[in-house]
Design a protein around this ligand. Structure first.
Ligand SMILES: Nc1nc2c(ncn2[C@@H]2O[C@H](COP(=O)(O)OP(=O)(O)OP(=O)(O)O)[C@@H](O)[C@H]2O)c(=O)[nH]1
Ligand SMILES: [Mg+2]
Length: 493
């Protein structure tokens, strides 16, 4: 069968270490190339853009550089045709630069190196190139095959050259598509929109997607009601390599899933497997402490990243275990609070709100809801919650001894006795071990301490004191009281 092949735009993923300037480069490109005003519909999370250079379109996918977002980076590399690896010129190769390199290698796509922040005084592109060569990445100016460009997202230097390079590499790649093929692609982000329901950002890899089409991933079906371009403009059909926002899913598809076109809902339903279920809980040992959590976040990608950082918190064996009962996209609602109550869980929100009913209910049920916008802060807080569950080590410290010389009064569960501090000091609140002829005969507490008939907090060595002893043991003259203070040592993971 003869194919109707046409050239399609390249999908370009921007990868690199945190703060090396990925988003800034994209911003600069958008400033240069996107002339129409951005409509209010643009989603914060879309992370995918389309620009036009010399009448040729390019789709960009931005990725976060924070270490927790490995999955997003890996997915970005998988869906892309070309990778731009951004390395800050004054910093060099960092852990996520290396990680990005391995995703690019795995995906088997060509890459372009952008040595960024060259406006900065410390920037040294030649050093970066040498560092790269020690990673077996030889750029063109070093006699290798990998194109590189020096950029500044601040001044705009090198940005047009970067676009040229992308188009050049795309041309070499000869990216073709058959418009008559059945539509298929990848979910790159998804969330629950308040007014519009489940909303997904898709990259169409093949075919054309139209309003009314029925698509399905392995966890969700959609009869497409609305298709928007990356700027939130309503469109009737999406073309290959275009980033699209699609509304009409019955539930939120998971990020990273691929989708296909179906001729009917019945047919699509066959595609649906059991939706990926919650994070498997660790096997619990007896007596092990557990911290139950309910996670709610803005988008699926966040849930994935949160799971990733939480996994890195030490747990298990002698440590408390984290159990995520539910990890979902959306607002914190009353059913989350109810689940938290019945399962003694805490609710953690990430870039999401708590609705009014849930707020009221949480207040009444004394349910903890903590919300975060920054992933490290969330991880830190969970760590602290786990540490609170650690069995606090109680360290007993002997502070002194008292030799008993007189018994003033004896009652069922207490005694008033007198004696002399023979070593260390006596302190109110100390625990007492009663020794008779060097043998431990009982325990109690120093509830009240007196010196010269006045209440005091402590009495030093060599002084006489009166003691209110709380305990069942009957102290006698010449007994030695060993006094201890117990300190709780804070557990640390
Ligand atoms: N001087 C200078 N600053 C830059 C340049 N590019 C980015 N920056 C600054 O570096 C910081 C980080 O830039 P981002 O674009 O947010 O970096 P990113 O790589 O997208 O970071 P993540 O998404 O968090 O991984 C910002 O303060 C930018 O203003 C550049 O070329 N020159
Ligand atoms: Mg960024």
């Amino acid at each position: 069968m003869k194919k109707n092949l046409t050239t399609r735009p390249p999908v370009v993923v921007i990868l690199g270490h945190v703060d090396h300037g990925k988003s800034s480069i994209l911003e600069k490109i958008k400033d240069l190339k996107i002339t129409s005003k951005e409509s209010g519909g643009i989603t914060q999370h879309i992370g995918a853009y389309e620009v036009e250079e010399h009448g040729k379109k390019i789709t960009f996918i931005d990725t976060p550089g924070h270490e927790a977002f490995t999955a997003m980076r890996s997915r970005g590399a998988k869906v892309a045709d070309i990778a731009v690896l951004v390395i800050a010129g004054e910093e060099g190769i960092k852990p996520q630069t290396k990680e990005a390199l391995s995703h690019i290698k795995e995906a088997g796509i060509p890459m372009i190196i952008a040595i960024n922040k060259i406006d900065k005084p410390g920037a040294d592109p030649e050093r970066i190139k040498r560092e790269l060569s020690s990673q077996d990445i030889l750029v063109e100016s070093m006699g290798g095959k990998i194109p590189s460009v020096n950029t500044s997202a601040e001044t705009g230097k090198g940005i047009p050259e970067l676009l040229e390079l992308i188009l050049l590499v795309a041309e070499v790649e000869d990216l073709k598509t058959d418009l008559l093929e059945k539509a298929q692609g990848l979910v790159i982000e998804s969330h629950l929109d308040h007014n519009r329901g489940p909303t997904a950002t898709l990259i169409l890899q093949k075919g054309v997607l139209k309003k009314g089409d029925i698509i399905a991933t392995s966890s969700a079906i959609a009869k497409i009601k609305i298709i928007e371009d990356f700027q939130g403009n309503d469109i009737d059909e999406g073309m290959p390599a275009m980033p699209l926002v699609v509304i009409g899913f019955e539930n939120i598809p998971a990020v990273g899933e691929s989708f296909k076109l179906f001729s009917s809902v019945e047919e699509a339903k066959k595609e649906i497997k059991q939706p990926a279920k919650r994070v498997p809980s660790a096997d619990l040992e007896k007596d092990q402490k557990v911290l139950n959590l309910i996670l709610k976040a803005d988008v699926f990608g966040s849930i994935e990243a949160i799971n990733q950082v939480l996994k890195s918190i030490p747990q298990g064996k002698d440590k408390p275990v984290l159990r995520i009962l539910k990890a979902e996209v959306g607002e914190i609602n009353d059913s989350d609070v109810k689940l938290a109550k019945t399962s003694n869980a805490k609710i953690i929100g990430f870039k999401t709100k708590t609705n009014k009913i849930a707020q009221k209910l949480a207040l009444r049920e004394k349910t903890t809801i903590i919300s975060f916008d920054i992933i490290y802060e969330l991880a830190q807080a969970v760590r602290q919650l786990l540490e609170k569950k650690l069995i606090h080590e109680i360290v007993k410290k002997e502070i002194g001894k008292v030799k008993i010389s007189v018994i003033f009064r004896t009652e069922k569960n207490s005694q008033i006795v007198g004696g002399k501090v023979i070593t260390g000091e006596a302190k109110r609140g100390a625990s007492i071990e009663v020794y008779r002829n060097e043998e431990l005969i009982g325990k109690g507490k120093l509830t009240k301490l007196q010196q010269d008939k006045k209440d005091v907090e402590e009495v030093g060595k060599g002084r006489e004191c009166g003691i209110l002893f709380s305990g069942e043991t009957k102290i006698e003259e010449n007994d030695i009281l060993h006094l201890f203070l117990e300190e709780r040592v804070k557990g640390e993971l």
